[in-house]
Design a protein around this ligand. Structure first.
Ligand code: CTP
Ligand SMILES: C[C@](O)(CO)[C@H](O)COP(=O)(O)O
Length: 224
């Protein structure tokens, strides 16, 4: 089974709020985007790695990936205004290479492990879609005006992460037929009738969304 990774990095990081988009902000000298790309290039199970970037970021991308001379890393393509559009652009770019499956990953999740990548790939041997996620363990409350108003049952609730893996042709067809944005690619796959199975993620595989997440990333790197 041939596999490609698609790493989406065309977002603007509005919640993070820095001038440099969060995926290019250094974490102990190496940005999240490069850390993510390196993780998928290591281990040798991904035949191709396709990055999707914002049209304004070509120079930052070149600087971030400087010295990464792995022929499996394809030239980046530009994304769109929504994450779903960016993924579709990446899938179209990969379609000429016709991989059997694709693992889609947020550039902003730099601490994905080899274990998770391997387990998502392994799950794709027996199912058409598989994604990393963690079960919700805390009590959930609906809060209004700063006060708890109703408990929300947490049974069966999982927090989605990436990578999210799919049989390539089925996902490409699903994306081409999908209108609007989506929380993630599992939503698009399910809308097309695919079954998506869960693989255990990890708390370290968090997404850098706010400046607080960057501080957490710096702390994590300091103890690795
Ligand atoms: N149009 C978009 C939007 C998002 N992404 C990517 O999707 C991943 C997850 O998205 P998120 O954390 O929401 O990133 P941003 O959209 O950049 O953040 P924000 O919503 O705060 O603006 C990121 O790696 C981001 O670069 C993308 O490629 N294209
Ligand atoms: C795809 C994702 O990372 C799954 O957790 C997530 O949906 C990305 O964006 P969000 O806007 O932070 O939900």
């Amino acid at each position: 089974m041939t596999a490609a990774a698609l790493i989406v990095a065309a977002g603007r990081g509005t919640r993070f709020g820095s001038e440099v988009p969060k995926q290019y902000v250094p974490i102990a000298g190496i940005c999240a985007f490069r850390r993510s790309v390196e993780k998928f290039l290591s281990g040798g199970d991904l035949g191709l790695v396709q990055a999707v970037i914002h049209p304004d970021d070509a120079k930052m991308y070149a600087d971030a990936m400087a010295g990464l001379d792995d022929p499996r890393l394809l030239a980046p393509v530009t994304g769109g205004a929504t994450r779903a559009q960016s993924v579709l652009q990446g899938l179209e770019a990969l379609s000429g290479h016709a991989p059997d499956c694709v693992l889609i990953h947020d550039a902003a999740r730099p601490f994905v492990s080899r274990r998770i990548i391997r387990n998502v790939l392994d799950m794709l041997q027996t199912t058409e879609a598989a994604f990393a996620a963690l079960p919700v363990v805390d009590a959930l409350w609906r809060v209004e005006e700063g006060a708890a108003v109703a408990p929300v049952p947490r049974d069966g609730l999982w927090r989605a992460q990436t990578p999210q893996g799919f049989h390539f042709q089925t996902l490409l067809k699903a994306h081409r037929g999908y209108q609007g944005d989506a929380a993630d690619d599992v939503e698009i796959a399910r809308a097309a009738g695919m079954t998506a199975r869960v693989v255990e993620g990890a708390s370290e595989n968090f997404k850098i969304t706010t400046p607080q997440d960057l501080r957490r990333a710096e702390q994590l790197v300091s103890v690795l």
